[in-house]
Design a protein around this ligand. Sequence first.
Ligand code: DCT
Ligand code: MG
Length: 375
Amino acid sequence: LLDIRWFTESMEAGHPVIVQDRHILKVNPKPNGDPTAMLMKSYACQRRTPLKHHNSFLTEALEILSQNAEYNDNEGRSVAFRRAASVLKALPRRVRSMQDLRCLPCLGDHSQRVIKEILEDGSSREVESTRQSEQYQAMKALTGIFGVGVRTADRWFREGLRSPDDLIRTGQQLNREQQAGVQYYDDLQKPVTKAEADVISDIVEKAVHAVLPGAEIQLMGGFRRGKEVGHDVDFLITHPEEGKEEGLMPKITNWLKEQGLLLYQKTTRNSYLEKMDGPARASSNMDRFERCFSIFKLQKCAVSSSGWRAVRVDLVVSPYSQFAFATLGWTGSKNNYIYISLCKTVQNLYLRAKTEEEIFAYLGLEFIPPSERNA
Ligand code: DCT
Ligand code: MG
C-alpha cells in the first residue's frame, strides 16, 4: 500500500513515473522548474477527458501519425503522438496559438511541429501525405479485418496485397477468425450505434439469465464512456455468489448459437489484462477471466431490406471479487492503460475493492467517472 501511495503521490506532484515492470517503479526528478506545468497532469488517468472536446482538428492529425507509426512497428513514436493527442483532448478550449501549449506535458518536438503547421497553414503536409499513402491506406484496410494484426497486414502488404478483396482473389490462407473477418468485412466496418448496442444488451441479458439467473451484466468499453457509436460492443458478466460464474461462457455461447444469433465465436482464457504482462507472467486471479470474441447476427427492424447485420461483440466473465478491477480496465479508454497497471498493483497486494471508487481511493487518485475517461 505504501508503494502505491508513494507512486501516486509522485504522479500527483507531476514527477514522471516509469513503470519498469510489474513491481519496480522509477521516479524521475521533476523535469523542469515551471510551476504552471502542474496544471495539466501528466497521466491520462489523472485528467478529465470528455468525449466531445475542442481540438479534434489537431488530435485527428496526431492520431493518424500515431496509427502510421504503429503500422511501421515504431511503438515509441506511436505512443508519443497518442499521448500528445490525449493531452489536447483534455484542454478546456480550442488551441489558437503555440502560446496556448506552453507548459503542457507530453508534447514532443515532432508533435509541436505538426500542430504549428496546422495552426498556421490549416493542415500538415506530413499528415496529408500519410493519409494519402498507399501503405497507410492498405494497412488500414487490412488491419481493419477482424483477426488481422499489424504483423500479418505488413507481410501481406509486402506481398503486394492491399485489401480484403485481394486476399480472396489470391486465395490467401486465412484462419477461422480471419475468414469471418473477410466474410463480414463490410458490416464490421460500419459503426455500431448505441441503439444497436442496446438491442444487443437485451439479447445478452436474455442469454445470460436463461443459463444463470441472478447474473449481472454491464455494458463496457466506449458505450460505457458515453460514445454514440463504436467498433464493437463490450460486456462484463458476473454473479454475486463467487464461483457461480465458473463455466458460464460456454453456456452463454451455446444458448446464443441455438437461437441462431452467433455468426462466429472464440473463447479464450486469457484477457487483454494478461497480455499486458507478456507470456512469462506469474499466474494470478486474472487467469480466471474468460473472454469471448464473437460476431452477432443482429436482425434489423422490419423496414430494412437486408434483414440482418453482423456486429462484433466481446464478452468477459469475471468472478465477483474481481468485478471492480475488471470494470475499471474494461471501460477504457485504451489510453488509460495505466489504470490497468495500477489495478494490478492493488490486486497483487490482495486489496479488496467492491467498486471503482474504492480502487481510485486506494491509489490516491481523484475519482473520474467513465464519461470523462475518453483520453
Ligand atoms: N482495452 C485495453 N487494451 C486493449 C484492448 C482493450 O485496455 N488492447 C480495454 C479498454 C477499452 C476496452 O478494453 C474495450 O476495448 P475496445 O472495444 O477496443 O475499445 P472501445 O473504447 O470500446 O472502442 P470502440 O468504441 O471502438 O469499441
Ligand atoms: Mg468497444
